[in-house]
Design a protein around this ligand. Structure first.
Ligand code: SIN
Length: 477
């Protein structure tokens, strides 16, 4: 990897990928003016991808697919630089950053391939001499609001299907981590995506999100972050009846049955719980282990957790980067103290540090109960809290007793149980015998207060399309 630890940006092969300006209406502009520009007029100049440069291409879907393919190739060519920028702005390890850039690229590749598959139907009509056809058309201008925990992948998971569908986008990247988005945008423009189709408004001003939700020139809003903010934006978007996709908070249960392969269960728990230092919406938040195997499972988990190393993301020994800010460290500590004060047993970790960065020691606590804060709140940090349960029914009931429904996980080697339990878990996604469920081909999204809409997969394109029916009558007249 060989990155200059004092000045990582000096290690970029292409230093022009580190950008501090915003990109609006095809121009790089000083970031501080971005919100004013967003609030005034540039939305009127946002052309659909069908416009300008490729409007004379007969087969627009294929042309869009080709442009996305070129964008994908440029992202792949610049993986190292993009990973350095991501590691620097987010703090995740370089290995995770590189993994995320490849994950981000996979959405571009996937939707480059999906673009030409925007099939419609022909529908037999109940009327004589009539035929009905459906077409999938771009919904129009899309407002895209993304979180800091995946600064690259959450951009491409939304922007690639929007561009594939023929929409243009106005992105509000997170103020904590805008640089991956800006670098990806530069590469998109280099790939030939019409500059007017991709706008990036870097701002801390929450009014920008309000503008995207309410502006009548925006036809679709896609948002990933907390349930609280998602509800507010959905309310604002309803004033113009905008189509919305919301990928919101989670409170994932991870259930280990006594018939599970414990090595697989522990490995899956490590991935689900400690990926991105516990800061993913799909992180296991509540770990339920059947009583007969709970001691064995906990001991093996603690062994693995004790091998984790905190530090700089650029240090090859580091497995856990820092948390995003001081408030995040305080929240983990609050959950740890609450659990210990309510009868939880500390098995490892349990305090902040080392050093002055926003680190919290990877922590395992057993003896959890439903009175603890973690039962109802997402920790969003490296705390593994373990409950014991006795029966399958109890595990399902405990897992479902939350208003969230993004992801759940289960570990079992009984196929009958796998089918029964996975059907009854109330979440948009279930991981069985794995802690990693995210991939470009998998529909990603939740139920209940975790939001609605699907990202990635063959369904992701539809979120950015409208289905139009055309009825042709009097065909033999
Ligand atoms: C998220 O945390 O919102 C995304 C996680 C993922 O894509 O795996």
């Amino acid at each position: 990897m060989a990155v200059d630890l004092i000045n990582p940006l000096a290690s970029l092969s292409d230093p022009t990928l580190f950008i501090e300006d915003a990109f609006v209406g095809g121009h790089w502009i000083k970031a501080k003016t971005t919100f004013e520009v967003l609030g005034e007029s540039p939305l009127t100049s946002v052309e659909p991808v069908n416009g300008s440069k490729i409007s004379n291409v007969a087969n627009l879907e294929r042309a869009r697919g080709n442009l996305l393919r070129k964008w994908y190739e440029l992202v792949e060519k610049n993986v190292r630089d993009l990973a350095i920028i991501l590691c620097l702005e987010n703090g995740k390890t370089y290995a995770e950053a590189e993994g995320e850039v490849k994950y981000a690229a996979s959405f571009i590749k996937w939707f480059a391939e999906e673009a030409p598959r925007a099939y419609g139907d022909t529908i037999p009509s109940s009327q004589a001499n009539t035929t009905i056809m459906t077409f999938r058309q771009p919904i129009g201008v899309c407002g895209i609001i993304t979180p800091w925990n995946f600064p690259a992948a959450m951009i491409t998971r939304k922007v690639a299907p929007a561009l594939a569908a023929g929409c243009s986008v106005v992105i509000k990247p997170p103020s904590e981590t805008p640089h991956s988005c800006l670098a990806l945008t530069k590469l998109a423009v280099e790939a030939g995506i019409p500059p007017a189709c991709i706008n990036v408004c870097t701002t801390k001003d929450r009014a920008a999100a309000t503008e995207l939700a309410m502006n009548s020139l925006v036809n679709k809003l896609s948002f990933t972050e907390s349930t609280g903010v998602g509800k507010k934006l959905a309310g604002l978007a309803s004033t113009t009846l905008k189509k919305t996709s919301l990928e919101l908070g989670g409170n994932a249960a991870l259930i280990v049955f006594d018939d599970a392969d414990l090595d697989i269960a522990v490995a899956g728990t490590m991935v689900s719980k400690f990926r991105c230092t516990g800061q993913t919406c799909v992180c296991a938040n509540r770990i339920f282990v059947q009583r007969g195997v709970s001691e064995k499972f906990t001991a093996r988990l603690v062994e693995k957790v004790n091998l984790l190393n905190m530090g700089s993301g650029f240090d090859g020994q580091t497995t856990q980067g820092p948390l995003v800010n001081k408030a995040a460290v305080e929240k983990v500590d609050q959950h740890v103290k609450d659990a210990l004060s309510k009868g939880g047993k500390l098995r490892t970790g349990g305090s902040s540090g080392p050093g002055s960065g926003y680190f919290y020691k990877p922590t395992v606590i057993s003896g959890a109960s439903t009175s603890m804060l973690v039962a109802n709140e997402e920790t969003f940090g490296p705390l593994a809290l373990i409950w014991e349960f006795d029966t399958e029914e109890e595990a399902i009931q405990l897992a479902n007793s939350t208003e969230f429904g993004l992801a759940n996980y289960m570990f079992s080697s009984d196929i009958g149980r796998i089918m029964r339990v996975s059907q009854q878990l109330q979440s948009g996604m279930v991981g069985v015998n794995t802690g990693l469920i995210s991939a470009a081909e998998t529909p990603f999204g939740g139920v209940k207060e975790s939001g609605y809409g699907k990202e990635g997969s063959k369904y992701g394109l539809e979120e950015y399309q409208v289905l139009k029916s055309v009825t042709i009558g009097n065909l033999q007249a």
